[in-house]
Design a binder for this molecule. Structure first.
Ligand SMILES: C[S@@+](CC[C@H](N)C(=O)[O-])C[C@H]1O[C@@H](n2cnc3c(N)ncnc32)[C@H](O)[C@@H]1O
Length: 222
């Protein structure tokens, strides 16, 4: 299924823009100025790959959705290579300095997290960095959703489960940050998203990843 960065029903709305700003800021903490080889796992049609490539990084997007990789290929970005593949069957002689997996773990319902993270480790150089960004089922937000039975069966974990799966897969934890402390749907276009984003910053809720609805976790190959 295509999750189009330009579609108002997916990312082209207030929540999508909030996510993109927060996620890019977190990813950029672990990138030198330019020229880093990045693999964007389940990168869709380049919501994050394009701004990272615009900064001068070389981004390889691996996505199993043909439509997404075709759309991104048509942009002809000189710093982006698109691969149409399931991440587990992707093999390359290249090694990457950084891997990102944003908003895609939840869609990999058939893959054990440690299997995926071990595959990521195989794609990285020996001190490579892996950044994952996804929802946090251990948060009050998702616990409440489970109580009212509004949660799908996703392949996702709590903050501490992500970290233990990373550690079992040759990664050491570097840093975590919380986000999405707002009572809106993931594709909301409410102007109040900006207000909640300011509140989130003022109250420093990003420092509370265990209870954040979304988590951003950086780790390094150990
Ligand atoms: C919600 S979209 C997120 C796209 C992008 N990461 C972003 O944040 O804008 C999830 C993406 O993961 C991709 N995906 C899911 N399972 C995959 C797999 N096993 N291998 C590669 N891509 C996968 C889907 O095709 C989809 O494009």
């Amino acid at each position: 299924m295509l999750y189009d960065k330009n579609d108002p029903k997916t990312y082209n709305n207030e929540m999508g823009r909030y996510k993109t700003v927060r996620q890019l800021a977190f990813i950029r903490r672990f990138l030198p100025d330019e020229g880093v080889r990045i693999v964007d796992i389940g990168g869709g049609n380049g919501r994050l790959a394009v701004p990272l490539a615009d900064l001068g990084h070389k981004v390889t997007v691996v996505d199993e959705c043909r439509l997404a990789t075709d759309l991104l290929s048509k942009e002809n970005h000189p710093n982006i290579m698109c691969i149409h593949s399931d991440i587990l069957s992707y093999h390359t002689s290249a090694s990457f300095e950084v891997a990102i997996a944003v908003d895609c773990l939840k869609h990999m319902t058939e893959i054990r997290m440690t299997t995926l993270f071990s595959k990521v480790a195989d794609l990285l150089l020996s001190n490579g960095v892996f950044i994952l960004i996804d929802i946090n089922t251990g948060s009050w937000h998702y616990r409440f959703k489970r109580v009212i039975k509004r949660i799908c069966r996703y392949n996702i974990a709590s903050h501490s489960c992500y970290i233990s799966a990373l550690q079992q897969s040759r990664f050491e934890w570097l840093q975590s940050c919380g986000s999405n402390w707002m009572p809106f749907t993931c594709n909301s276009n409410s102007r109040l998203v900006k207000v909640f984003a300011v509140l989130e910053s003022l109250l420093m809720l990003d420092r509370w990843p265990n209870q954040s609805p979304w988590v951003m976790i950086a780790s390094r190959m150990s």
